[in-house]
Design a protein around this ligand. Sequence first.
Ligand code: AMP
Ligand code: MG
Length: 494
Amino acid sequence: MQDEVQLTSQDFDLGRVWNNRFANLGPAFFSARTPTPVREPYWVARSQSMARELGLEDDWWRSQEALEAFSGNRPLVGSRPLASVYSGHQFGVWAGQLGDGRAIMLGEVQASDGNSLELQLKGSGSTPYSRMGDGRAVLRSTIREFLCSEAMHALGIPSTRALCMTGSDQPVRRETLETAAVLARTAPSFIRFGHFEHFSHTEQHEELKKLTDFVIDGFYPECRDAPNPAAALLAAVTSRTAALMAGWQAVGFCHGVMNTDNMSILGLTLDYGPFQFMDGFDPNHIPNHTDTGGRYSYKRQPQVAYWNLFALGQALLPLIGEPDETMAALEPYKAIFPAAQDMRMAAKLGFTNSNEGTSALINDLLALMAKERTDYPIFWRRWAQHLAGQPVETVLDLFHDRPGIENCMQQLQELESKFGQQPNANLALGSSPAIVLRNHLAEQAIALANQKDFSMIQQLLDVLENPFSEHPNHTTWAGFPPDWASSIQISCSS
Ligand code: AMP
Ligand code: MG
């Protein structure tokens, strides 16, 4: 059915310089593959902030040609479309070869700052790595990825980005019949831990070295002159991943599918599937309905990241040489993650440094919140607003256990006297967002989109781009989730 639609022969010119460095790695790394056109595409949403970073003209999206290009129906001048091959561990089990089964990398576009950004179309048709899949993505999951990529970036948490998404009424079969969408997403690189695992497990050690050199030269040049560059790379990735985990935990983000093929070598949040920003605080929260064992629950994310780094270390072992050096490169995780986490949480309290006092207060607050399933984003925002002068009752009223929260407030005062300074309200307000992309907000935008009303997606994007500001016109979006939010089930199906 998809093949009925003809690829438009005349190319679309984005007006940017393309550097297709990944494509120069050679055929072991990818299969050349052009997107499969969709029927009668239409615009769903665009990120002007991403467009500006790419250096696109303000009216970049206005033409029919642009619409066709970003839905995969028209080639882009200078692009060199391909699907890359990778492997990975899924739910802790070696899954063998995976690869870009429904994403096609168009190439690397030179952004306005001179750096290159890879541009991918996700949901743009099957590739040699599609296995049993149809190569498509549905409207529902594409809206979630589009919004969350931009929201994470605005939260200051490293992430792949989204430029735009288009839809088509072409049917896509999941549990029910849905419709297709194509996401144009960007990142300096979409290389995953799984790319390294692929060349290691298949004993293609020359390619493994080539990939490692490519990543070091392009993204970790400081590792080049280290005595053991591959070990230095592992240590650098370990450090970035630890920082990423601290960012996720502090904001209450659950990824949902932390398989090694969804782990970015650049420490970016990658592949938004059954993710969730927690509502009521529950350390054991599992966002993914399919994850019955809770392997990827909120509290396990930092450990899982370490497990994944270990898998990366094993993959790099043929280059590193010594198991001891591999372990030494991973070891700093155990100090970097907790330190980064303590800093993030201390900042939410309003302090620039963490110490025994801030750690004890955080532990007590989180224990209290876990006991009462206190709304995580609202608690922290109200805490910050209290520091900025709002009455303390706005915080106290969130708890049944009044003595418990009053005891925490007492601890805050003791910290103030110990530090000899007031907590910094602006630091706290800049660390605890007023709005995050909760599941029910995405669901509302999706329900409207299913009726061809895409306005809420764009309005949500506007608000999520400034998550640390109050949005008086959208107070309900910043408020408590409705009762039905807890019954939303998000699975791997996308
Ligand atoms: P994910 O669970 O989304 O990280 O995907 C795991 C693997 O399955 C990757 O190789 C994806 O490209 C592939 N995949 C997921 N959905 C599809 C689909 N609808 N068609 C083809 N490949 C898919
Ligand atoms: Mg994936």
